[in-house]
Design a binder for this molecule. Sequence first.
Ligand code: CA
Length: 228
Amino acid sequence: MPASKDIGTIVVVEDDPNISDLVDMYLRREGFRVLQAGDGEKGLEIVKREKPRMVILDVGLPGAIDGIEVCRRLRTDGVVPVLMLTARDAEVDRVLGLEMGADDYVTKPFSPRELVARVKAILRRADGPRKESPDVLMAGSVEVDTGRREARVAGEVVALATREFDLLLFFAENSGLALSRRQLLEGVWGADWYGDERTVDAHVRQLRKKLGDALPLATVWGVGYRLG
Ligand code: CA
């Protein structure tokens, strides 16, 4: 089973796990990579790190900063499109959300299909005629060139197998996070891949062997691995 095609990352900031899991499932089905955050601070942190294509943001969030404030901060930091989820048909939420720069909103309860349609519409508008940016991520001192699907150390291409490259890319995209073998399997091989977590270990061994000290990949005992 091939890994699901990755057409970009969407961050879902929502404290109700039923809703965020549902949104997550539908977006993954469309090929998006989805990262969830249960509060505003976590959401901002993930957005900063991951530079997603889009943020889906609940208005009512627990903790110090609610969805409106998250939206405001996202707007001061960059241009990531924001789709807001409002708890009720609350005019004030809508107005505030749009004033704060949200691109669109959906009122709960919403149909997942409608949500997906809104997401796609926003992305079409946001992407416009702009060309894809060349994506080179760093994994330690390894350049991970997603356009050419090449890994380079000090300018030299290191030959990697497809899954090795995908795994390296996944680490680069989630730099600094301890990732479990299960997360790695799902992220790289796909959630419905039938396999054993030792597959991950075998691929990590290959990456370490091929990339050596250029790849600062730590083993996190009892969990999995962490880049950086
Ligand atoms: Ca909420």
